[in-house]
Design a protein around this ligand. Structure first.
Ligand code: ZN
Ligand code: ZN
Ligand code: ZN
Ligand code: ZN
Ligand code: ZN
Ligand code: ZN
Length: 438
């Protein structure tokens, strides 16, 4: 580097604030006044506190800070204007007291997934998938969608690495170069992690049935399979499990579950004998006045969830996460038994709104919209090369603005528009491929 580090950092900070100014209105108001909403939340690693900031504050207030985008978090109020963060908010000038009703899960400590790993954009190669319910992020390998790939090796030559700061690691899509995962993002609409499945009796009941895929590895099967109750393979697997359960084989699953049930006799799940695991239509019709239209339970999926309750680390048969296919919200049975647990989590019945900054009414093809869509126009609740995207974008904006700063030129609207049009083409390309399954 020719420029000294302080000069470089100063120039970088200036570039980012120029980027912010060049996009009128885009980052001009903090969402604090909107209260608790579902919105893209950013974790500031430089401020180093388990708090979250809104997209405007991420650009306008914490410009020169290192950040990770946590993507949408529901019921979240921006912490930037509160005294929980010492760094002052530049958009909302009254200092407010700490937010008490925000929930700060492990993501706010930079920790993700049930494996509890921190996220490192430079070495991580896997796509991560967000749980619709808890909104934590999961590695594909932790969901049994693929083997855990080796991390990107650190650059062998430190001098070389210094010359190209993070360029390679950060700009590549995280799963690029890897074989496709067992379930691709086109095949499902939302993933719900097994902790969230276990907490909701209706979700639990649906697991592994049609449109609610589970990844399983039944005993004696070679590798992981998708089970959704409808495929021939799924049916065969379930039958095999039932047979095994009925046979009294000492190594069978029933045995595992039964021995566990001694420790947890109160569990209602254990009362069901193996032969009754598959509900008959007659049984199904008994819930309340309206007939229950829930599909018969998938015995393999239920066995896996039983095992997970007893030992969440036992991943032998499957981890119990469920991938719901397109239109799952319309398919629920709404009988007296099935509906209340769904109503307790309204996003299971109706797709919720995620805040997007308002469109600038003055500009025809709103620059703000282009900018925000480029920055945030990523699919929610599904596989995205998520957390990387923000850093990529920031890097690209910097690279785009650098020559202007070096030559002392003013960045014009046309320049910015050109930049985002290029980005939008790439995004639309991705969007198109995503919409193929819609
Ligand atoms: Zn804010
Ligand atoms: Zn900060
Ligand atoms: Zn702020
Ligand atoms: Zn993980
Ligand atoms: Zn979850
Ligand atoms: Zn029902």
């Amino acid at each position: 580097m020719e420029a000294s580090l302080p000069t470089f950092l100063q120039a970088e900070a200036q570039l980012i604030s120029e980027a912010a100014e060049a996009l009128p209105h885009q980052f001009s108001s903090c969402t604090y006044t909107l209260g608790h909403i579902r919105q893209a939340v950013y974790l500031c690693l430089t401020c180093n506190l388990p708090r979250g900031i809104c997209s405007s504050c991420s650009v306008a207030c914490h410009t020169d800070h290192e950040q990770i985008e946590l993507f949408p978090k529901r019921n979240f109020c921006c912490d930037c204007p509160t005294n929980a963060l010492s760094h002052p908010c530049t958009l909302y000038l009254t200092q407010e007291s700490e937010n008490t009703s925000n929930e700060y899960g492990q993501n706010f400590n930079g920790i993700f997934c049930r494996c509890g790993r921190p996220y490192d954009a430079k070495s991580e190669r896997e796509t991560m998938i967000q749980c619709l319910a808890c909104e934590d992020w999961y590695h594909e390998s932790c969901l049994n969608l693929r083997e855990r790939p080796p991390l990107r090796p650190p650059s062998p030559d430190p001098a070389e690495a210094a010359e190209a700061p993070g360029d390679d690691g950060v700009s590549e899509a995280s799963s690029s170069g890897l074989p496709p995962p067992l379930i691709t993002e086109e095949q499902y609409e939302s993933m719900i992690c097994r902790s969230c499945i276990l907490e909701n009796p209706t979700l639990r009941r649906w697991a592994g049935t049609k449109g609610a895929m589970m990844v399983c590895r039944p005993p004696a099967a070679d590798g992981w399979k998708i089970v959704d109750g409808d495929t021939e393979e799924g049916k065969e697997l379930s039958i095999a499990i039932d047979k095994q359960n009925a046979s009294g084989d000492p190594t069978s699953l029933t045995e595992d579950v039964a021995s566990g049930s001694k420790r947890r006799p109160e569990s209602p799940l254990m009362g069901e004998s193996s032969s009754k695991r598959v509900r008959t239509a007659a049984e199904g019709s008994k819930c309340g006045s309206s007939p229950c239209l829930a599909p018969p339970k998938n015995s393999l999926a239920q066995t896996i969830l039983d095992k997970m309750l007893l030992d969440p680390t036992n991943n032998e048969l499957g981890s119990g996460d469920v991938f719901f296919t397109e239109g799952f919200r319309e398919r629920w049975c709404r009988c007296e038994e099935c509906l209340p647990p769904l109503q307790a989590q309204p996003y299971l019945l109706e797709e919720e709104d995620t805040y997007e900054p308002p469109v600038d009414p003055d500009s025809e093809s709103s620059l703000e919209e282009l900018g925000m869509r480029a920055l945030q126009g990523l699919p929610q609740d599904r596989a995205v090369n998520g957390i990387l995207a923000y850093n990529n974008m920031r890097e690209e904006i910097l690279q785009f603005l650098r020559p202007f700063a070096e030559e002392g030129k003013v960045v014009g609207e046309t320049d910015v528009r050109q930049f985002f049009e290029g980005r939008m083409e790439a995004l639309q390309e991705r969007q198109r491929s995503r919409e193929c399954d819609a």
